[in-house]
Design a protein around this ligand. Structure first.
Ligand code: NAD
Length: 462
């Protein structure tokens, strides 16, 4: 038997590495097992970070090619995709190395290799055994496969391949109008591809407030993205001349085909527990493939915990990070809390879409009486000055108590703006509390203040 640790964390993504650092801060002897050559998991290596690097670069390109002229800036630009990709790689490299540095600083041991649970207090890393008082499973998620379609990461790609295309496809067909499909579809649309999104449901972004989703679809259509809703993709056949995608109406009917240069499969992700050895300690996964835990992130084996995408809840890096902090504190005997009702969700398209708390549909479903306050960016002076007037802020507040129950923003920098309401909700704020908090002028956030005023029917600038 090799070294003994207080905690061995399996997985070095945002859940795992954060848990490792927090546990080390609390004085524990910590190891984190990661089989990828770099730390940071899907998020840093092939998810959140490289996609945001390309979203930023492609937005600059879109601005330069379509919007500079209106600002009185003339001249032509041309795309250097190789440089754009090199910059993305550099951003990822610096951040993953940064985590390595944080591990060194906090004296966290990185065990490189595939981690498998081989006993209640034992983890094997590529065959070498280590003892652990506690084990934290933070193995994340993997792409959900789509029956009849083989991902080759060249012509038929997952998000990973879509971040590495060596040329702009003439026609990109995206399967799935969820977060990944719309973010990466936006990247390639801005760089010049024709983009068609095929979605099984009769709406985009399931789970999002309906009114916001409808508005979002209109904005994306205005940008040139085409949608075919209510269709089920049944196959994709690659050949030298491209990929033939077959789909049929979700309700049944005649099949149709579409020709694409590249197909992006973005139909969701599944909890990842391959070769984890759960069975060695009598653990099983639930019918969604997730590891079940109690409110303290503890599995049925009391010293084995699980956090992040591998357990229930939204598959979001920041949710995993908060659970990472909390699980380390639990193991240290503290009593942390994660408020799942105030976890924001952000789609980093242009404009961005952000939400926290309940949707209007959820409130209706739960028979909660609510009031709505809305304010459009068209009436926000900062948005007028920057020319980013698409979208609006929508605040849902309890009809009786005025407590803020949900906030949905589609608009410029929505992903940054949502946090003022996350904090407000964390402190149990009413819409009046937000309305009476001084907001700097001229800022996009004034639209949040105005929407809060609008809950009581007294927006000033509308
Ligand atoms: P998703 O669950 O967001 O969307 C998948 C979409 O595919 C759904 O709309 C679904 O109805 C559709 N679909 C399923 N089967 C289909 C079929 N056969 N034909 C057509 N459409 C079909 O999944 P995703 O976009 O792949 O993202 C995966 C996960 O990664 C999500 O949990 C997401 O939260 C997370 N993620 C988050 C961010 C972010 O926070 N900005 C970014 C990327 C990914």
């Amino acid at each position: 038997m090799n070294e003994q640790f207080d905690i061995i964390i399996i997985g070095g993504g945002p859940g795992g590495y954060v848990a490792a650092i927090r546990a080390a801060q609390l004085g524990m002897k910590v190891a984190c097992v990661e089989k990828r050559g770099t730390l940071g998991g899907t998020c840093l290596n092939v998810g959140c970070i490289p996609s945001k690097a390309l979203l930023e670069s492609s937005e600059k390109f879109e601005d330069a090619t379509h919007h500079f002229a209106e600002h009185g800036i003339d001249g032509s630009v041309k795309l250097n995709l190789k440089q754009m990709m090199a910059r993305k790689v550099d951003v990822v490299d610096k951040l993953t190395k940064g985590i390595e540095g944080l591990f060194k600083k906090n004296k966290v041991t990185w065990l490189k290799g595939l981690g498998t649970i081989t006993g209640k207090n034992e983890v094997s890393v590529d065959g070498t055994k280590y003892a652990a008082k506690n084990i934290v499973i933070a193995t994340g998620s993997a792409v959900t496969p789509l029956g009849g379609i083989t991902i080759d990461e060249k012509q038929i790609v997952s998000s990973t391949g879509a971040l590495e295309l060596s040329a702009v496809p003439k026609h990109l067909v995206v399967i799935g109008a969820g977060v990944i499909g719309l973010e990466l579809g936006s990247v390639w649309k801005r760089l010049g591809a024709k983009v068609t999104v095929l979605e099984y449901l009769d709406r985009i972004t399931p789970g999002m407030d309906n009114e916001i989703a409808k508005n979002f679809q209109k904005i994306l259509e205005k940008q040139g993205i085409e949608f075919k809703l209510g269709v089920k993709v049944t196959g994709a056949n690659p050949s030298k001349s491209g990929v033939e995608v077959t789909f049929e109406p979700a309700a049944g009917g005649a099949a149709e085909t579409l020709k694409a240069d590249v197909v992006l499969v973005a139909v969701g992700r599944r909890a990842y527990t391959d070769k984890l050895g759960l069975e060695s300690v009598g653990l099983t996964t639930n019918k969604r493939g997730q590891v079940d835990t109690n409110a303290h992130w503890q599995t049925a084996v009391p010293n084995i915990f699980a956090i992040g995408d591998v357990i229930a809840g939204p598959m979001l890096a920041h949710k995993a990070e908060d659970e990472g902090v909390a699980v380390a504190e639990c193991i240290a005997g503290q009593k942390p809390h994660v408020n799942y009702n105030t976890i924001p969700g952000v789609i980093y398209t242009h404009p961005e879409v952000a939400n926290v708390g309940k949707t209007e549909e959820e409130l209706k479903g739960a028979n909660v009486a609510y009031k709505v306050g809305k304010f459009p960016f068209l009436a926000n002076s900062r948005a007028r000055a920057t020319g980013q007037t698409d979208g609006f802020v929508k605040i849902l507040a309890d009809a009786k108590t005025d407590e803020v129950l949900g906030v949905h923003i589609i608009g410029p920098q929505a992903g940054n703006m949502i946090h003022e309401v996350c904090i407000a909700m964390e402190f149990g704020a009413s819409s009046e509390d937000i309305a009476r908090t001084c907001h700097a002028h001229p800022t996009y956030n004034e639209a949040v203040k105005e929407a809060a005023f609008a809950v009581a029917g007294r927006a000033i600038h509308m």
